[in-house]
Write a protein that binds this ligand. Structure first.
Ligand SMILES: Cc1ncc(COP(=O)(O)O)c(C=O)c1O
Length: 443
C-alpha cells in the first residue's frame, strides 16, 4: 500500500528529528497522517470566512448560532452551545490541551526544563492505550507488564492487536518493587528484539503500589541502559491514579518526568486523564503526551507526532466529547478551588488506606491471607493462603452480598475507593468469615 504524501511529509520531519522513532512506529503509525479534509478546510474557513458564509462542516446553524433543541440545552447550564454541542477538534480543544500541559508541569516540576508534546485528547485512558497501540504496536511486538496488571490491557493490545505480553513478578521477596526481576525480563527481551515496550502503571491496579523514589530511579536507569546498549525502548506510563498517594515513600512525580530526555532510543509516552484525577469517570477525557530526544527544533517534530495521533483519532472516534472537554477545562480554570476539592477527596481515601493497615495488623488474619504492599491508588490486594480467590468471591457474593474481584486463583482485589471507612472492619471480617466457611466445607 502506498503511503499518502501527507504521511510522507510527517515521516520526513520525524526522521530528521530522531530516526529511531521511525523504527518504533508501527506500520499503521508510519502510514498515519491528519487529512486535509473537511476538518482542515473548515478550520481555514473559520479563520477567513467568519463574517460571510461558512458552508463547510456537517453541523447546523441559524443566524450564525448553533442550532439546538432547548430540551437538550436545559440540562447544560452555563456553557454555550458552541462549546458543547459542536464537534471538538480531533486533537482536543486547544485551551484544554494547554491547561492540561501546564497542570502536568506543575504536578511534575522535573518536566519544567524538558520539551514535551502538547497532550492530545483521547476518549478516556482506555482509548489512549488503544491509540498508542495503533501508533506503535505491530503484531508480535513485545510488551512488558508486571504479573499484576489491569486486565483490559490484554483486550486492547494482545487480543485486538496481537502483541505478546510478557510478565515479571511485581514484588520482590523482601516486599518492594522487584528491580532484579524487572531488569532480567527487560534485558532478556531487549537482547532478542529491536524494540521493547514497557508499561509502567503506578499507582498500580490491582495492588495499589507505587515504587519509592529509589526504586523509580532504578527503573529509569535500567531502561536508559538498555536504550544505550542499542534497543529501542518505549516506556509508557499509565498514570490513571496519579496523585492518590497515602504515604511519604512513593514517588511524588510520574515516572514519565524522570524518563524524559534520557536517550534518543527512548520514547516516553504518558497516558493520563481527568477520569480519576478529577473524579469524572464517565466524562471520558484522557490524554496522550510524548517525549524523546530530538535533533534540531522539537516543535515541528512533536507537531508531526501529534498530527499522526490526531489522524488515528479522526479515523476511529473522530473526536472526543466537546461537552466533557468544556466541563473539564472550565473546572481547570480555577486551579486553587480544584486542588482544594481534590485534596479533600484524597484525604478521605488516605484515611481509609490507613484504617485498612490498622485493621489488617490484627494477627487473627495471618493464617487466612497475606497483604500485598500498597501505598496509593484505589485498591489493595489480598493473597489467599487456604482458599481459591474465585470460589471465595462467589461465596462472598452469594452468602454475604459482598462484591470483590478475583484476579487469579490466589489474589482478591478490594476497591477501598468504594467502601466508607466505618464499614471497612465489617468488610474484612466478612471476607475472613467467608474463608472460614470455605475451610469448614473442605474439612
Ligand atoms: C490502570 C488503569 N488504566 C486505565 C484505566 C481506564 O481509564 P479510563 O476510564 O480513563 O479509560 C483504568 C481504569 O480502571 C485503570 O485502572
Amino acid at each position: 500500500m502506498s503511503i499518502n504524501p501527507l504521511a510522507q511529509e510527517l515521516n520526513a520531519i520525524i526522521k530528521s528529528g530522531n530516526s529511531h522513532l521511525m523504527e518504533m512506529l508501527s506500520k499503521t503509525g508510519r502510514r498515519l497522517f491528519f487529512p486535509k479534509g473537511i476538518l482542515t478546510q473548515s478550520a481555514e474557513a473559520r479563520q477567513k470566512a467568519y463574517d460571510k458564509f461558512n458552508a463547510t462542516i456537517g453541523i447546523a446553524t441559524e443566524n450564525l448560532h448553533t442550532m439546538h433543541l432547548p430540551s437538550v440545552m436545559k440540562s447544560i447550564q452555563g456553557l454555550r452551545t458552541s462549546d458543547t454541542l459542536t464537534y471538538a477538534p480531533s486533537f482536543g480543544i486547544p485551551g484544554l490541551r494547554q491547561a492540561w500541559k501546564d497542570a502536568m508541569i506543575k504536578k511534575n516540576p522535573t518536566l519544567k526544563d524538558k520539551q514535551i508534546s502538547l497532550p492530545i485528547v483521547t476518549n478516556g485512558i482506555t482509548h489512549g492505550i488503544s491509540v498508542f497501540a495503533d501508533m506503535f504496536l505491530d503484531p508480535d511486538d513485545v510488551l512488558i507488564f508486571p504479573d499484576k496488571m489491569w486486565g483490559n490491557n490484554i483486550l486492547i493490545m494482545s487480543v485486538r492487536r496481537d502483541a505478546e505480553i510478557n510478565h515479571y513478578p511485581l514484588f520482590s521477596s523482601a516486599g518492594g518493587f522487584n528491580i532484579a526481576g524487572f531488569e532480567k525480563t527487560v534485558r532478556m527481551h531487549a537482547h532478542n528484539n529491536y524494540k521493547v515496550i514497557v508499561f509502567l502503571n503506578f499507582p498500580n491496579n490491582p495492588t495499589g503500589y507505587t515504587p519509592t523514589e529509589a526504586e523509580g530511579q532504578k527503573i529509569v536507569d535500567i531502561l536508559t541502559k538498555v536504550a544505550e546498549e542499542g534497543t529501542n525502548v518505549i516506556a509508557v506510563t499509565d498514570d490513571a491514579y496519579f496523585g492518590l498517594r497515602y504515604e511519604d515513600t512513593p514517588l511524588k512525580e510520574s515516572l514519565f518526568a524522570h524518563l524524559c530526555n534520557r536517550h534518543p532510543r527512548m520514547l516516553a509516552v504518558k497516558l493520563d486523564g481527568a477520569t480519576k484525577e478529577m473524579f469524572v469517570w464517565g466524562l471520558r477525557v484522557g490524554f496522550i503526551t510524548y517525549n524523546t530526544m530530538v535533533d534540531g527544533d522539537p516543535i515541528p517534530f512533536y507537531e508531526a507526532l501529534e498530527r499522526k495521533t490526531a489522524g488515528d483519532i479522526r479515523g476511529s472516534i473522530s473526536n472526543a466529547s466537546h461537552l466533557s472537554q468544556s466541563i473539564v477545562l472550565r473546572a481547570m480554570l480555577h486551579p486553587d478551588e480544584l486542588d482544594r476539592e481534590r485534596e479533600k477527596n484524597i484525604l478521605i481515601l488516605k484515611s481509609r488506606a490507613n484504617k485498612i493497615k490498622e485493621i489488617l495488623a490484627d494477627r487473627k488474619y495471618d493464617d487466612a491471607w497475606e497483604m500485598y504492599p500498597f501505598n496509593s491508588g484505589y485498591f489493595m490486594c489480598l493473597k489467599m493462603k487456604t482458599v481459591n480467590a474465585e470460589t471465595l468471591r462467589v461465596h462472598l457474593l452469594d452468602k454475604y452480598r459482598v462484591g470483590t474481584i478475583s484476579i487469579n486463583p490466589t489474589d482478591l482485589r478490594i476497591a477501598f475507593s468504594c467502601v466508607d471507612e466505618e464499614n471497612l472492619q465489617e468488610l474484612f471480617d466478612t471476607i475472613f468469615m467467608g474463608i472460614k466457611d470455605l475451610e469448614a466445607q473442605k474439612a
